[in-house]
Design a binder for this molecule. Structure first.
Ligand SMILES: [Zn+2]
Length: 416
């Protein structure tokens, strides 16, 4: 039995029985009334000991805490490594750890959400799933749909990095390149899915997808109970909000005594959550890394090399800002130049090839240390949310040229 007690509207507070609503609160237009899944915590408490007993194989180790009624779709999401990162820590001036989500089955943390959403879609008898995506969620949904035997339709901005458009097609999905932004793709996906009866996994709209992301919070609580900070990139805001929900729940259930502060990081080209957090935090010292104004590109919201967080209209901004505030955390904005520097730093220091959005979190830690938000020596977990292998063109800007050498060794540098 699923431990879900009700779905509560984030906007008006109305509560619904799980069987009575599918996506958002019917009292509001569009997707304004995001629903939050509420659990029976006495029931969760009863099953907790069994969950915590033994290693975390994958996210289904936490199945009794998830809104899925048996027969989950298994592809290996979750149970990722938490790496100690001494060289990175030396470079940043903190006690660094890296939660390596790049090793999830389709290469990103989105697999945690897809695992839960696709399992629910299959249980409810849907034969087609859909989502709009900047890339990682597309591949993730497509991979999980293939595994579950469901058809998959993906709406992406037409300017997506090539590998991110190839991966979902390889999993058998139909990819629709929308001539527009992520926001345009999101809206079109919503309309068409409603018309055609496809199960919509979209962030913010689907109340269950984010529930899979709680498991990242569970793992962090178990593996790094003494962390001072968790640093994450923010695109739509739902990954950060999901992690916070998981961290808070494990505190509430007595697994840990305390929760870390969250550092939410955005790129200069897409700063909507940061802007809102600053506006809502009267006493916040949140600021651009150099203390100056955010770049002009912030206004159009579609201009950063970190494509996974290039989201001009983040649907979960409110939840993300609440998570940052409740955790006593902060938000920072970093430049594309700082992101590429951080991408190379993470690779060289720790052997993790993360995408630019993930590197933004590393750059954000550096910025937060420089500003004094994060104190020297504090224990900081950086979440590497997705692999860099899907976008080698961006990484190309962060690395040195290949050295040409002939077969006889001519051209080999003397000082190598
Ligand atoms: Zn409502």
């Amino acid at each position: 039995m699923t431990p879900v007690e009700a779905l509560a509207c984030e906007r008006c507070g109305r509560r619904y029985a799980p069987a009575d609503v599918e996506y958002t609160c019917p009292e509001h237009d569009g997707v304004a009334g995001i629903l939050d899944v509420r659990y029976d915590y006495d029931a969760l408490s009863d099953v907790l000991a069994g969950v915590l007993d033994g290693p975390t194989e994958d996210l289904w180790t936490y199945e009794p805490l998830l809104p899925v009624d048996g027969d989950p779709v298994r592809l290996g999401a979750g149970g990722t490594d938490l790496l100690d990162a001494p060289a990175l820590g030396d470079a940043l001036g903190v006690d660094a750890l890296v939660k390596n989500e790049t090793t999830n089955p389709t290469g990103s943390n989105k697999d945690r959400g897809s695992a839960v959403a696709v399992s629910r879609a299959r249980q409810q008898g849907h034969d087609t799933v859909a989502c709009a995506s900047t890339g990682n969620a597309a591949a993730s949904l497509a991979g999980y749909a293939a595994r579950a035997g469901l058809d998959c339709r993906i709406f992406v901005p037409a300017d997506l990095p090539e590998a991110k458009a190839v991966q979902p097609r390889l999993y058998g999905a139909t990819v629709l390149g929308v001539d527009g932004t992520y926001a345009d793709a999101y809206e079109l996906c919503r309309e068409v899915s409603a018309e055609r009866g496809w199960y919509n996994r979209n962030a913010a709209m689907n109340p269950y997808a984010v529930e899979g992301k709680r498991t990242l919070g569970f793992e962090l609580a178990e593996e790094a109970p003494d962390a001072d900070w968790v640093a994450m990139p923010m695109g739509n805001g739902c990954s950060l909000a999901g992690v916070w929900k998981g961290l808070r729940e494990f505190e509430r259930l007595g697994v840990v005594d305390d929760t870390p502060r969250l550092l939410g990081v955005q790129a200069e080209g897409a700063t909507a959550i940061y802007d809102r957090f600053v506006a809502e935090s009267d006493d916040s010292d949140a600021a651009a890394p150099d203390g100056g104004a955010v770049a002009d590109g912030a206004l159009d919201g579609e201009d950063t090399t970190a494509d996974s967080i290039d989201v001009g209209v983040p649907h979960n901004a409110g939840k993300a800002c609440r998570a940052l505030a409740e955790s006593g955390g902060d938000a920072v904005v970093v430049s594309d130049e700082a992101i590429l520097d951080a991408q190379r730093l993470l690779g060289e220091c720790e052997g993790v090839f993360a995408e630019p959005a993930s590197a933004a979190a590393v750059a954000g830690v550096r910025a937060a240390v420089e500003r004094g938000t994060v104190a020297p020596g504090e224990r900081v977990v950086t979440v590497a949310t997705g692999t860099g292998l899907k976008d080698s063109a961006s990484a190309r800007e962060a690395v040195d040229d290949v050295i040409s050498v002939d077969a006889a060794g001519q051209g080999l540098p003397e000082d190598l």
